[in-house]
Design a protein around this ligand. Structure first.
Ligand code: PLP
Length: 381
């Protein structure tokens, strides 16, 4: 049997990983500033993570949501404290798309409405409703197409107000990434998030903060939406939550009420998933990783801004992007193959940095030196 060929891949086999580094099967070391797509939050193979998962696997790896699971309560308790939302309710699933799918569905159950406001350049996942709210027609199959999603320009308060004025009583939810990831690292302005809060309150709509990529401490705050000083009704989380173990969640404001059978999943919240998520929360707290993400992220961003050839350096914490001018279009490729540094990208010309939240300044310096060298080489050529 062959693999279904949907991914353009790099010809590298990763064999070993530790902290912010990975090694290929030939023993070559790479600095990982991509984190397997913003997933590695506490660093690869963190000893506490390995120990908690190993111990759990030796006790019980899986049982379904038909029995009591104290590990879920422990996770809810610790997550409530770490996120600063102790009165929210936790529902566990296994992927980012599933988190957004459930959030959109829950909002619709709550207010009985059908329409969703999403934004240009958004990415919310590939399941039916999540992909319908994603601004990329190429990945929306005919069966996913719906007239229930309205796409508005990002950070445009006037357009949002006009839309609510016209059809506010039909709007079920507004879904927004605090920092757009796939769309190219676009930070939602504080005034825009505040306007979403105000209009959702005024019209009875649900504010969904897609924090799948920009959440879990990556921005230097637990949720990037926290910078705006307002609470969303539902936060969706995935990537960094399990440091590579497939675990995702939504946290739900107290006024949204559950009923039996409303949402459900087989794998979500199983014993191993909870052990992984607990290990991540514990390490983030013990090692002050939110603060580290804020500090090292600011340092990296300040230094990148000093390189005149890079354009529009932007982001928050350790979610950083910059535009690469045509003259240096091979920069990302050369960082990988010549300097052994993994970075992310966004089309057409953005380099995205999504490293572990435990990244050290000296790792940031390694990237900065490599970029400067590559730019010099390109200018001389
Ligand atoms: C903001 C955002 N939402 C949702 C998703 C979908 O997550 P998953 O691939 O785990 O389904 C992604 C994935 O890149 C994302 O960046």
């Amino acid at each position: 049997m062959k693999l279904f060929d949907v991914y353009p891949i790099n010809n590298i086999v990763i064999d070993k990983a530790k902290g912010s580094y990975v090694w290929d099967d030939k023993g070559e070391q790479y600095l990982d500033l991509y984190g397997g797509h913003a997933v590695i939050s506490i660093g690869h193979t963190h000893p506490h993570y390995v120990e908690r998962l190993t111990n759990q696997l030796n006790k019980v790896g899986f049982y379904s949501n038909s029995v009591k699971m104290p590990l879920q309560d422990e996770l809810a308790e610790k997550l409530g404290k770490l996120s600063g939302k102790p009165d929210y309710q936790l529902f566990l699933i296994s992927s980012g798309a599933e988190a957004n799918e459930n959030a959109l569905k829950l909002a619709s159950f709550h207010n009985g409405r059908k329409k969703i406001i999403a934004f240009k350049k958004s990415f919310h996942g590939r399941t039916s409703l999540a992909v319908a709210a994603t601004d990329n027609p190429a990945i929306v199959a005919p069966v996913n197409q719906t007239s229930n999603v309205i796409f508005l320009p990002f950070n445009d308060v006037a357009a949002l107000e006009a839309c609510f004025k016209e059809q506010g009583n039909e709007i079920s939810s507004v879904i927004i990434e605090g920092i757009q990831g796939v769309g190219g690292i676009n930070v939602a302005s504080e005034s825009f998030l505040q306007a979403i809060r105000r209009l959702c309150d005024q019209y009875g709509a649900v504010y969904i903060a897609d924090s799948v990529q920009c959440g879990y401490g990556r921005s230097g705050q637990f949720f990037s939406h926290d910078y705006a000083g307002v609470n969303a009704d539902i936060y969706t989380m995935a990537k960094g939550m399990g440091n590579g173990f497939p675990v995702a969640g939504i946290i739900i404001a107290p006024h949204l009420q559950a009923r039996h059978g409303m949402l459900g999943t087989t794998f979500g919240g199983n014993h191993l998933a909870c052990a992984a998520a607990l290990a991540v929360v514990e390490v983030i707290e013990k090692e002050n990783l939110l603060q580290n993400a804020a500090e090292v992220g600011q340092y990296l961003m300040d230094e990148l801004k000093k390189i005149p050839q890079l354009q529009n350096v932007r982001g928050r914490g350790l979610m950083i992007g910059f535009d690469v001018p045509e003259q240096f279009k091979d920069l990302r490729k050369n960082l990988l193959w010549k300097h052994k540094i993994f970075t992310g990208e966004a089309k057409p010309n953005v380099i995205r940095l999504l490293p572990s939240l435990a990244l050290r300044k000296k790792d940031a310096d390694q990237l900065l030196e490599a970029i400067k060298e590559e730019i010099e080489v390109s200018i001389e050529a």
